[in-house]
Design a protein around this ligand. Structure first.
Ligand SMILES: Cc1cc2nc3c(=O)[nH]c(=O)nc-3n(C[C@H](O)[C@H](O)[C@H](O)COP(=O)(O)O)c2cc1C
Length: 201
């Protein structure tokens, strides 16, 4: 095999886990059809099969399917995120956040299900574990025809509403992920080629 043969092999990318790695998209338009509740345990089970440092399994999950609560949390989260970005002084980003000020913008993209991956506040690898779980969950969702999108912009607002979300104080929100039946095709975003700093043999 020559260098590049594997990475350019489109039929290989249709097989096994590679299929979902390459077909997953951040879906921002959902059909009104609700996710079948019976599918959620599979997503959570895939999530907890992620690697976990020192086998701590620091994750726990909150599922929100209450449309009014999601709408209210969206309204709370939008100004919180704008404020957060401006505090960081990321002015370029603020311009790209104009839609966050629009009344009709829903931070959860109108998805009917939000899964919040939370970490028990312990261990320096808890967040890493939860993000690995997040990717497992999103790939599993893709494999059964569901769309997902990480909603990092909602983290602070969700952390400020732990009690309402049924989260004990010692947990923190790491990865909010919306899940739903995609409302159409989502085009792939591009990626730069991997930067290989060195390859010592
Ligand atoms: C940590 C993290 C936070 C993100 N937060 C948001 C978000 O708040 N809203 C959103 O629509 N997408 C969010 N995304 C999705 C990214 O915008 C998306 O992954 C990126 O544009 C690449 O597109 P793709 O996932 O379709 O390949 C987030 C992704 C990550 C990894």
């Amino acid at each position: 095999m020559n260098m590049g043969d594997f990475v350019n092999d489109q039929s290989l990318k249709q097989q096994g886990i590679l299929k979902s790695i390459y077909s997953r998209r951040s879906v921002r338009a959902y059909a009104p059809t609700p996710v079948d509740d019976a599918e959620l345990p599979l997503l959570l089970d895939a999530a907890v099969h992620a690697p976990t440092a020192m086998h701590e399994e620091p994750w726990a999950f909150v599922i929100v399917q209450d449309a009014r609560l999601l709408q209210r949390l969206s309204e709370i989260a939008k100004p919180v995120f704008i404020e957060e970005v401006s505090r960081r002084g990321a002015h370029g980003n603020i311009r790209s956040l104009e839609h966050f000020s629009r009344a009709d913008f829903n931070i959860f993209h109108g998805a009917g299900t939000l899964i919040i991956i939370c970490a028990r506040q312990q261990g320096s690898f808890a967040a890493a574990d939860c993000w690995l779980a997040a990717e497992n969950l999103m790939l599993a969702a893709d494999a059964i025809g569901l769309g997902t999108c990480v909603i990092g912009s909602a983290v602070s607002a969700l952390n400020a509403h732990k009690e309402e979300l049924g989260m004990p104080f010692e947990y923190s929100v790491i990865a909010p992920i919306v899940v739903g039946v995609p409302g159409g095709e989502t085009r792939a975003t591009s990626r730069n080629k991997p930067v290989i700093l060195s390859w010592k043999k």
